[in-house]
Design a protein around this ligand. Structure first.
Ligand code: MTE
Length: 327
């Protein structure tokens, strides 16, 4: 069984202590090393070298509760890989660019505006959003359309909890997510790509209401590092990673399928639904297998799972759809 239901999961599996302990030890080590190094050498150049890790450490511990909606039994991807192998094109096109550049993202004050077809349009301050519901530890597999994958211990609560606060009208059929965009803060987005910003993604209402869809504020028990989409992102574990918009500032409830960044860029390569599916290849590469980041070379390759292994929770939403055509 790939996703545990409540009675099956011992709490030791939900929050693997060893992983957290290793992480905490590493944080203490790096904090000490950074302080010693800074005093010994000083200067801006050193600041640049230490910057990515310093930003990872700039996080705050979150109070969390365990969750039944968590993946069990798989080795967690290291914090180092989760924070230094990223796609965040506003901050550059290389995997290590977001760790280098996303320190510029101003994550406080931060608010998320909710508008469109809802009875209660409103703007939430990030601290109010953090307090809206208990924050859960949820370990999810993450599968990128580029055929790499990770296992990430996110922190958040079901997006449906926020949706309920806004009371969508019957005419609300989709929700669109818009990411923060400021040319002065993120010049790489326009100098290195032809993407039309801000980053936009969307879900159908039933997908948005699915309990697995996670409004995400942290990982490994701390607030999100900037490069992973601070201070709030969405995580949709049965879809390719590009559906999981980072650093969200606006959510619009709409009656028509919204435009989404990658679908606009290359409609024949990236569909709106983008459910993980080993039977629908990307036009330029196979989706049958994936590469698990951080494992020894001979253990990396593994078969892609339909709906990334979350079919029990989500397959019924697509009954009757032609998943090859509406990919
Ligand atoms: N959100 C924004 N705003 N900008 C992006 O470039 N990249 C997407 C998604 N969300 C992206 C984004 C892609 S392609 C992936 S695979 C995931 O974020 C990567 O998330 P991670 O870097 O935290 O692993």
């Amino acid at each position: 069984m790939l996703v545990g239901k409540p009675p099956d999961i011992p709490s030791s599996e939900i929050t693997p202590k060893s992983a957290y302990q290793q992480y905490v030890n590493r944080r203490h080590f790096l904090r000490g090393a950074a302080a010693v190094g800074a005093v010994a050498l000083g200067g801006d150049r050193l600041g640049g070298i230490l910057a990515p890790r310093t930003r990872v450490l700039a996080s705050t511990k979150l109070n969390t509760v365990s969750s039944p909606l968590t993946t069990t039994g798989e080795q967690l991807t290291s914090l180092e890989d989760i924070t230094h192998y990223n796609n965040f094109y506003e901050f550059g096109v290389n995997k290590d660019d977001p760790a280098k550049n996303a320190g510029a993202l101003p994550t406080r004050p931060w608010s998320v505006k909710i508008e469109g077809k809802v009875a209660k349009p409103q703007t939430f301050d990030i601290d109010a959003l953090l307090k809206l519901r208990p924050l859960e530890d949820r370990i999810y597999r993450m599968r990128c359309v580029e055929a790499w994958s990770m296992v990430i211990p996110w922190v958040g609560y079901s997006f449906s909890e926020l949706i309920k606060q806004c009371q969508p009208l019957a005419s609300a059929k989709y929700v669109q997510f818009l990411s923060y965009y400021n040319w002065h803060v993120e010049p790489w987005g326009s100098s290195e790509t032809s993407i039309s910003w801000p980053y936009s993604e969307g879900l159908r209402m039933d997908e948005a209401m699915n309990p697995l869809t996670l409004l995400t504020f942290g990982l490994y028990g701390d607030t999100l590092p900037n490069q992973d989409g601070a201070p709030v992102r969405i995580v949709v574990p049965w879809k390719y990673g590009f559906k999981s918009a980072k650093s969200i500032v606006k959510m619009k409830f709409v009656d028509k399928q919204p435009d989404t960044t990658w679908n606009l860029q290359a409609p024949n390569e990236y569909g709106f639904y983008s459910n993980v599916n080993p039977n629908v290849d990307h036009p330029r590469w196979s989706q049958k297998y994936e590469r698990r980041i951080g494992l020894p070379f001979y253990e990396q390759r593994r078969a892609t799972l339909m709906f990334n292994g979350y079919g029990d929770f989500v397959a019924s939403m697509y009954a009757g759809m032609n998943l090859k055509k509406d990919f």
